[in-house]
Design a protein around this ligand. Structure first.
Ligand code: FAD
Length: 347
């Protein structure tokens, strides 16, 4: 079977890339393992345009935001399910933080993202002794609906192959690659953290991060905003919420731990006095590079092979923008990639 592209991996990266290529009329065959866990299936899907610690804009957010909104709305229409949920973030202030916000909102050009006059309107469960501020242009991407919807879409188009890709079976010709009975002009790897085992990209310095998230149900508390105070509590419908997330650079496995439960429930209970019960606990590995920037590009020796990876903890924001940049390069090799994400930084 001849195709323009083989994509390995149908997490967020592979899904966005495949969608964009199909939109441009390219033929794509996707290989995705049914055995491996996807970070995208664990992720909470939070979109937050600001970095709270220093109160700055998230990297490139002015450029990323329009692209992400357009892409997820477009995918909603294509797949006929609900994916993009704009929601405000309510940041609970510590002592002196309201003044810090007022100062930094102006200094760091954040006025379009922050509502700096605190709104104390009533949630008796929340401990707001120093007030709170609001973040606009935030929200949630329902990655579960996106991934399962897109999988169905690929199955209907007969372009999904569910097995583990074996690197030793890839045959590279000057003008194409072959894998079993598939032949393609290019193969693009979107394997998430498993790219560390990809023999063609051993020079990339990955520094993956384990993360854990929870689902919980509340009694009495109903809020349509995302609560934040060194953790997030995100409404996902009814009285269900997702709570996250932990960061661990050392123990890279996909096993939920008691220490993550203690850490996040402890943070929650410092500011939330309502009744709740945990209903789900999951762990995954965020594919992350040493400089916490995505990595994309074509192999220097074999331009038939490419990689799209390193979406880290902000895949939902970074994915749509850098997919378009990568696809522009795949279609027109003179097209430029932001040097901060270019694979060439590892050569
Ligand atoms: C706990 C946690 C919380 C997170 N929360 C957020 C959040 O709130 N907001 C946000 O933007 N991001 C969040 N992220 C990050 C987000 O999950 C990632 O940025 C993004 O999902 C990475 O997508 P990916 O496609 O690169 O990798 P993955 O989703 O891991 O997909 C990789 C795919 O490749 C396939 N694959 C790998 N090797 C092979 C092979 N040899 N053969 C066949 N298939 C293969 C796998 O089966 C998988 O389907 C979170 C991550 C975690 C772990």
């Amino acid at each position: 079977m001849k195709t323009d592209f083989i994509i390995v991996g149908q997490g967020l990266a592979g899904t966005l890339l495949t969608h964009e290529l199909i939109k441009l009329g390219k033929t794509v065959q996707v290989i995705d393992s049914p055995d491996f866990q996807k970070a995208s299936a664990v992720a909470a899907g939070l979109i937050n345009p600001v970095v709270f610690r220093r109160l700055t804009k998230s990297w490139l957010i002015d450029e990323l935001y329009p692209q992400l909104e357009d892409t997820y709305v477009e995918l909603e229409a294509l797949l006929g399910n609900s994916i993009y949920h704009p929601k405000k973030i309510r940041k609970i202030f510590g002592a002196g933080e309201a003044d810090f916000w007022r100062k930094k909102a102006v200094e760091n050009d954040l006025l379009q993202y922050l509502q700096i006059e605190p709104d104390e309107s009533g949630y008796p469960e929340l401990k707001l002794e120093h007030g709170s501020g609001w973040v606009e242009k935030a929200g949630r991407v329902d990655l579960n609906n996106l991934l399962t919807g897109f999988r169905e879409y690929l199955l209907k188009r007969k372009c999904l192959h569910e097995f583990n890709f074996d690197y030793s079976r890839l045959v590279i010709h000057p003008d194409r690659v072959e894998y079993g009975d598939l032949a393609a002009s290019k193969i693009i790897f979107c394997e998430g953290h498993r790219a560390s085992q990809n023999p063609y990209f051993q020079n990339i310095q990955f520094k993956h991060t384990k993360g854990e998230v929870f689902k919980l149900k509340t009694t009495g508390y109903h809020a349509d905003f995302i609560l934040n105070k060194a953790f997030f509590l995100m409404p996902v419908g009814g009285n269900e919420y997702r709570m996250g997330a932990t960061y661990d650079w050392n123990k890279l496995d996909e096993v939920p731990t008691a220490s993550a439960k203690e850490e996040l429930c402890g943070k929650l209970e410092q500011v939330f006095g309502g009744a709740y019960s945990l209903t789900e606990h999951a762990a995954g590995i965020r594919p992350t590079t040493h400089d916490r920037r995505p990595v994309l590009g074509l192999h220097p020796e074999y331009p038939q092979i490419g990689i799209f990876n390193g979406l880290g903890s902000k895949g939902c924001m970074l994915g749509p923008y850098f997919t378009k940049q990568f696809v522009a390069l795949l279609i027109d090799k003179s097209s430029l990639i932001n040097p901060e994400v270019n694979l060439t930084r590892y050569s």
